[in-house]
Ligand binder design. Structure first.
Ligand SMILES: Cc1cc2nc3c(=O)[nH]c(=O)nc-3n(C[C@H](O)[C@H](O)[C@H](O)COP(=O)(O)O)c2cc1C
Length: 175
């Protein structure tokens, strides 16, 4: 059985989770940009940072899989919003569903991890996007705020780190 951990990360939080998972499981780890022969692996663990609902690199990577029936696929998202919030979790899952083939979505084991953000490191496009989003949601009444909005408002323009390696335990159990 050959296994691989693939990650999609812009600013390193997902990479940190992926590398820690690799250290704890002894499974090879690689960025989605460097994956060459994905079909050589039986079991695939994909970790991707959440960007406007998308899982960075996931659909591009999963599209390359020829035959999924014999493979085990684990997907873990890394985002700023609280993954223990059920509505948030459902939103993330629905977004994943729209990004990958139905058969893979139904087969995949899906997990959610919490990352972090450092506004001083964001590129111009991401800073602009966050500013637009922040301005759009900051004055919404409390009952209209989602976990996603709340996380963004609370952390806007700051540096926060919610990385918790113990949250990898459930993925390790699944592996
Ligand atoms: C432009 C932008 C969009 C984002 N969209 C989401 C999102 O939809 N949901 C979420 O939970 N976090 C979102 N985040 C936060 C990132 O998912 C979080 O910072 C994550 O830790 C990034 O992973 P990385 O450091 O591996 O790139 C967004 C961050 C940026 C800069």
């Amino acid at each position: 059985m050959s296994n691989i951990i693939i990650y999609g990360s812009h600013y390193g939080t997902t990479k940190q989770y992926a590398e820690e998972l690799s250290r704890r499981t002894n499974i090879e780890v690689i960025s989605f940009e460097d994956v060459k022969k994905i079909n050589d692996y039986d079991n695939i663990v994909y970790l991707g940072g959440l960007y406007a609902g998308g899982v960075l690199g996931m659909s591009k990577t999963i599209k390359k899989l020829n035959n999924i029936s014999s493979r085990k696929i684990i997907i873990a998202t890394v985002g700023l919003s609280d993954p223990t919030d059920e509505i948030n979790k459902n939103n993330i899952r629905n977004n994943i569903k729209s990004q990958i083939p139905k058969e893979i979505f139904e087969k995949a084991k899906i997990f959610h991890l919490r990352g972090g953000i450092d506004y001083s490191k964001l590129n111009f496009a991401h800073k602009t996007m966050m500013k637009l989003l922040y301005n759009a949601v900051k004055n919404l009444p409390e009952e209209k705020q989602t976990a996603e909005n709340r996380a963004m408002i609370e952390t806007y323009n700051k540096k926060v780190d919610f990385i918790d390696f113990s949250s990898l335990d459930k993925i390790i159990n699944e592996i």
